[in-house]
Design a protein around this ligand. Structure first.
Ligand code: AMP
Length: 412
């Protein structure tokens, strides 16, 4: 069966068509600037690549264009949309309503709507993507795969915040965690790769990309993760500050600065402070130059002190989470690095594991040169350290296939 994987943002729609016989990617693409001047589609099928610039007023038009290019005589890979067995959608926030992926029906759509306050930027866009595909592919099953679902196994001691309990009971204020599809894929894949069973194993996954999160996975189940009610909590990220004293919000709101560092002269709102914390902080905010780890590395290598500090803060933060999760699980058997930074940045991996001999972790510098699936720890390391490239699309496609063929999701 061919499964279409869709990730809809507020002005974008990313897609990938996968033939589940052999899990082969047939085509992928991105519709950008939906509803904005300069909208375009970028599409590739193997070596063939094309770009179409035209007006794309809404998500339905984007979905229509995606289907058109997938059936194109030159760049397409299917003859008819009937060949698409089902569509799997990435949905950011499932709140505590979803512990696994679901077939989309009216109740599921309402539950996604109910989570709008928890994922105000992403969930409405994700639902737009679902409704657009429903319209242009009438009768084709749609499946929702939630970024939060994998973390729903966390115990209350890990997901509760220490604010009055009624905020969790009435308003669902708690840790949810994100990148769940990636954490789930990597935690399963590493066991297959190492030929071990998840049962009895304590695995720490470091998903390090533009957004970054760690998770602690015991017996195959998530027991803790670093992101929270929103993706802002946890590690220093590309543009997000990660965890800090919540009183910082009030302090910055009362004492805001202009871009040039001089006082703004009047207070700003909490929303405005959160915009600073989400979009102007992290590697960008500390370096003052870039949110991209490659730029930070280049700048640091040339002696830029702020870039060096940003690097050190990120590495120190990852170390602290690894230590905390090892303590929480009573030890650690496997540490996995994944996503853009985790898969590609050997120097950062080495610096994270450096000094972790007390925990049983030691890197082999030669093995660490990899960008592929590999064990990178030394032969005498008690903890197995791995690079496992993530593949959220395949996880979404597998769940979609399972739900439409067997009615339930396999646990791997
Ligand atoms: P992601 O959000 O997973 O796409 O990851 C984005 C981050 O990964 C950025 O900070 C990039 O600098 C980093 N990254 C991506 N590719 C590479 C690469 N080839 N080498 C080093 N860092 C990379």
């Amino acid at each position: 069966m061919k499964i279409l994987v869709v990730n809809a943002g507020s002005s974008s729609l990313k897609y990938q068509l996968i033939d589940m016989d052999g899990e082969i990617e047939l085509a992928k693409g991105l519709v950008e600037r939906i509803g904005i001047a300069g909208s375009r589609l970028k599409h590739s099928a193997g070596e063939k690549k094309t770009e179409i610039s035209q007006e794309i007023p809404d998500h339905e038009a984007a979905a229509q264009l995606m289907l058109q290019i997938l059936q194109d005589p030159e760049f397409g890979v299917i003859k008819s949309t009937d060949e698409i067995g089902a569509v799997g959608h990435r949905v950011l926030h499932g709140g505590n309503a979803f512990t696994a992926s679901v077939i989309v029906n009216d109740a599921a759509k309402q539950a996604i709507r109910d989570c709008f306050p928890l994922g105000p930027l992403h969930n409405p866009a994700n639902l737009m993507g679902i409704e657009a595909c429903e319209k242009v592919m009438k009768g084709t099953p749609q499946v929702a795969v939630f970024d939060t679902a994998f973390h729903q196994t966390m115990p209350p001691k890990a997901y509760m915040y220490g604010v009055p309990k009624m905020y969790e009971e009435k308003l669902h204020v708690r840790r949810y965690g994100f990148h769940g599809t990636s954490h789930r894929y990597v935690s399963r894949r590493v066991c297959d790769f190492l030929g071990i069973k998840p049962e009895g194993k304590r695995i720490i996954i470091a998903h390090l990309g533009n957004g970054s999160s760690l998770s602690a996975v015991k017996d195959g189940k998530c027991v803790d993760t670093s992101m929270g009610l929103t993706p802002l909590e946890g590690l220093l990220m590309g543009t997000r500050c990660g965890s800090c004293d919540p009183a910082v919000v009030q302090f910055i709101a009362n004492n805001p600065l202009k871009e040039d560092g001089t006082p703004l002269g009047h207070p700003i709102s909490v929303d405005e402070v959160l915009t600073i914390m989400n979009k102007k902080s992290g590697l960008l905010g500390i370096s003052g130059k870039s949110s991209d780890c490659r730029d930070i590395d280049d700048l640091a290598a040339k002696g830029d002190e702020n870039a060096k500090l940003a690097q050190e803060m990120l590495i120190y933060g990852i170390k602290k989470y690894i230590g905390a999760y090892a303590a929480a699980m009573g030890g650690v058997d496997v540490i996995c690095f994944t996503a853009g930074i985790g898969e590609n940045n050997a120097d950062l991996r080495a610096r994270v594991i450096d000094g972790m001999e007390f925990l049983g972790g030691k890197i082999d510098p030669e093995k660490n040169k990899t960008r592929k699936e590999a064990v990178i720890s030394a032969d005498d390391s008690k903890v197995t350290v791995c690079v496992i490239p993530t593949n959220e699309e395949i996880m979404i496609a597998r769940d979609t296939l399972d739900l439409v063929t067997t009615g339930k999701v396999r646990d791997n």
